[in-house]
Design a binder for this molecule. Structure first.
Ligand code: UDP
Ligand code: MG
Length: 326
């Protein structure tokens, strides 16, 4: 029997890009030796995206639609796609053609060779400005310094996994605060990388503002490292060390209280700054714990097209959201 490749495409307000995307990807998919399914996950778009993908699904059975009940974010949309994908290999890619569709035959080839995880590494990002490139490098430097697991700096949300690797993602990586790209690199299996050049977005605008990326980066760092929690211990030790030094100095030189109002105020401010920073970090961890504890669904499916709801492979179906009409 022919093997099946599932292509998961997350869609959020991509009405301009979708027609071009489909036009480009269709011939490539038709040319593969594997059969394919193209899963569009509509992440609560407010524009005409859902209607467009629904229309495509009506014309072509292999085009499938999963409509989420609201915007859950790019990663949640990819997780939904992975959960419902039935292929022997699953590729996640964006709808804006920044991830070149002509890489698909090579991905299929690597899956055929038995690779479990295929990381697509960007050699260049045509549309990312200087700020995005520099902040991305800083982010990877920080996370690779703080975390035990190591991340490929040029990895993107363009990746492929075998069915076996996808099962691990479906069953064991269900955190509410997460970094899917990082998980994919750290689940093991036979790994390979394919370099590609990220193209300009074909139409529309990027949905990731610098502010969103910053919040995402902080969460990711906290998720993958406990080291910031130890900051309090180091700061405490440093303060104790400094205090002891000043005490010994004062005793040895038998000076009275030296005048130095400014020094005291500056030191006080500095100490409080460190203290509140540490309280803030602990607060962030508590926030993450709280959202994990609440165990809310990663995504909620409202409607599907050409998809059998029973196909869902993800664990804890009940907790992951219910579905409406089929
Ligand atoms: N996306 C999504 N949900 C969101 C934001 C984005 O599904 O909340 C999709 C978007 O439609 C696109 C992909 O995720 O297919 C990547 O988004 P974008 O191109 O805006 O990010 P960038 O490439 O600029 O990092
Ligand atoms: Mg993009």
């Amino acid at each position: 029997m022919r093997k099946l490749l599932s292509v998961v495409v997350s869609v959020y307000n991509e009405e301009q890009a979708l027609p071009v995307f489909y036009q480009e990807i269709k011939p490539v998919l038709e040319g593969l030796s594997w059969d394919y399914e193209l899963l569009f996950v509509n992440d609560g778009s407010q524009d005409d995206s859902l209607r467009i993908v629904r229309h495509l699904a009506e014309q072509e059975e292999r085009v499938k639609v999963i409509g989420l009940s609201r915007n859950f974010g790019h990663e949640a949309a990819m997780i939904a796609g992975i959960d419902y994908a039935t292929g022997d290999g699953i590729v996640c890619m964006d709808a804006d053609l920044q991830h070149p569709v002509w890489c698909l035959p090579e991905i299929e080839q690597r899956l055929e060779e038995g690779f479990g995880v295929i990381t697509m590494t960007r050699t260049r990002n045509a549309s990312a400005g200087l700020v995005k490139n520099v902040t991305s490098q800083v982010f990877y430097w920080v996370i690779n310094t703080l975390s035990d697991v190591k991340f490929e700096p040029n990895a993107s949300d363009f990746f492929a996994v075998s069915r076996q690797a996808a099962d691990v993602l479906r069953k064991n990586y269900r955190e509410r605060v997460r970094f899917l790209r990082g998980y994919v690199q750290n689940i093991g299996f036979r790994k390979t990388t394919i370099p590609y050049e990220a193209l300009e977005r074909v139409a529309g605008e990027s949905k990731y503002s610098i502010r969103k990326l910053f919040a995402f980066s902080i969460n990711t760092i906290l998720c993958f490292s406990n080291l910031p929690l130890k900051l309090g211990i180091y700061a405490g030790l440093l303060a104790a060390f400094l205090g002891t030094g000043v005490l010994i100095y004062t005793l040895c030189t038998r000076q009275g209280a030296p005048s130095g109002y400014a020094t005291i105020v500056i030191l006080n401010c500095f100490m409080f700054a460190v203290l509140f920073l540490i309280v803030g970090i602990i607060g962030e961890y508590i926030g993450i714990l709280f959202s994990e504890l609440k165990d809310r669904p990663v995504y909620i499916v409202e409607e599907v097209e050409n998809v059998c709801l029973g196909n869902k492979k993800g664990e804890r179906e009940d907790a992951e959201g219910s579905a409406g009409k089929e």
